[in-house]
Design a protein around this ligand. Structure first.
Ligand code: ZN
Length: 488
């Protein structure tokens, strides 16, 4: 059966989220599963890749405005390089794919397919940095990495190979590196909130769940409609441990030799998964106008005797929109009726539809329909290219408001173990609870309901220190507030 043969979505988002998601991804033409025998790999189709390119374009622009340059490093990393930072080896070892042969020859040293590139980028940064005048140094690469996890494939959420960007920077001081860490986290937040219409929470990962070797891992977390959290982007302050392992040092003004403070930060195509999961519905994909490959689809509605005037009017409007920089598609196919076209473009997630029939031509208006809720308004033909921008803003605001409501309604508090279990079990979402800082207390919750601590507050300002409060799980003194949730 070809992908297009059965057009509509048959699964329910509310009752069968996993199957529904897989169906939307395939039927909206975003991705296919990889070849048999290669579970964990997907093929990204042009419509899916276009969305990734929009994310790329936005972030790349923000990075370059803030001093980042792009570079590219090899796909393979020698084992001896990986071993120079022991936390990296230990942290990624179970997930590394290895190359042992080149052609028929066995390699003297096996090569890791990069699971992340700190251990090949840091030694080169070490070559490029001599003195404090060479700092800060900021490079980013757009690439794919491989992590051989044996879990069920979920396009864009869980795949063995995934597309991402990884930024790597070196600084003279802790403050410089910490500012960098926060700058990148804010850029990730703004991608979600200003482009993808998804509000996020900012926080840090608990000690036991940091990036291997990092001093601090910061994260933005997005709540999905099924009550699970997505780690939506992470930014790490690495301290000086990577610099020490890879001799990334610089001479100060006083000619002292010091290790640099480094950061790394990454955002993957999981952002695409979050986008699809958050807004789409039982009719298919829903996209905000900011990122949609087509922002407007024009569907002309004609009879034989009105075809010419309707088409002419529609073409004229399409041209106006195009001139104004709107991404517009005029669906003038003769062999499909308007109802079929409505369904198809709804499935593909086009945020705004123009319906143009003989009445619209006579009245010099356009009927405009919003994809997320079917709301329809009539706009004057004149100034349509300007007026449509307001419609885009309205559609964006609707999507954001729905996601925000979901987030706000699903952050709850708990002060006892059973309360954490019951609340997450019943509602999903986040449960904030006082926590002693011991991983064992998280394990206890994980064993019961597969929820974990997805974040703790980022700094002292937000940290709601629970003076005199007890850990909700073990009853010892609480050190911080933990956000428990099930997660992707
Ligand atoms: Zn505890």
């Amino acid at each position: 059966m070809s992908d297009e043969q059965e057009l509509g979505i048959t699964e329910s988002k509310q009752y069968n989220t996993g199957e529904w998601y897989a169906e939307v991804v395939q039927k909206a033409g975003l991705a296919n599963y990889g070849p048999e025998g290669m579970s964990g790999f997907i093929v990204t189709r042009p419509r899916g890749y276009a969305l990734w390119e929009s994310i790329q374009n936005y972030l790349d622009g923000e990075f370059k405005k803030t001093g980042v340059q792009n570079a590219y490093f090899p796909l393979f990393i020698p084992e001896s390089y990986l071993e120079r930072e022991k936390d990296i080896v230990e942290g990624f070892d179970p997930e590394v794919a290895w190359v042992t042969h080149g052609g028929h020859e066995e390699l003297e040293e096996r090569l890791a397919v990069r699971p992340t590139s700190e251990s090949i980028i840091a030694p080169y940064m070490a070559r490029w940095v001599r003195s404090h005048r060479d700092l800060p140094l900021r490079v980013n690469q757009w690439a794919s990495v491989v992590r051989w996890e044996a879990t069920e494939t979920k396009p864009f959420f869980r795949t063995k190979e995934f597309l991402w960007q990884e930024g790597h920077t070196a600084h003279e001081t802790r403050d410089g590196a910490w500012d960098e860490t926060m700058t990148r986290l804010s850029q990730y937040q703004s991608l979600y909130e200003d482009v993808l219409a998804i509000p996020v929470l900012r926080g840090a990962k608990p000690e036991h769940d940091k990036f291997p070797g990092a001093d601090t891992t910061t994260t933005v977390e997005a709540l999905m409609p099924d009550g699970k959290s997505v780690q939506a982007g992470t930014s790490h302050y690495l301290g000086t441990s990577f610099a020490e392992a890879f001799d990334l040092t610089y001479t100060t003004e006083d000619e002292d030799e010091e290790p640099a403070h480094t950061t790394s930060w990454g955002l993957s195509w999981r952002s695409l998964g979050a986008l699809i999961m958050t807004h789409s519905d039982d009719q298919g994909l829903v996209l905000p106008p900011t990122i949609a490959p087509e922002q407007v689809v024009i569907v002309p509605i004609w009879q034989a005797d009105t075809q010419e005037k309707v088409l002419e009017y529609a073409e004229d409007i399409a041209e106006d929109l195009e001139d104004a920089g709107v991404r517009v598609e005029l669906d003038a196919r003769d062999e499909r009726n308007p109802g079929f076209k409505f369904n198809e473009w709804e499935l593909k997630g086009v945020p705004v539809r123009f319906e143009i029939g003989p009445n619209e031509v006579d009245d010099e208006v356009v009927t405009v329909v919003h994809r997320p809720d079917g709301e329809s308004v009539e706009l004057d033909r004149e100034n349509i290219a300007e007026a449509v921008q307001e419609q885009f803003d309205e559609v964006y605001a609707k999507l954001y408001a729905a996601a925000e409501e979901n987030l706000e309604e699903n952050v709850r508090e708990a002060s006892a173990r059973n309360e954490i279990l019951g609340t997450i079990g019943q509602h999903g979402g986040y449960v904030k609870a006082p926590w002693c800082g011991d991983e064992a207390c998280e394990e206890e919750i994980k064993d019961q309901i597969a929820a974990e601590i997805v974040m703790v507050p980022l700094n002292d300002e937000d940290a709601e220190i629970h003076d005199g409060e007890d850990c909700a799980v073990c009853g010892d003194d609480a050190e911080e507030t933990a956000y428990f949730a099930k997660s992707y």
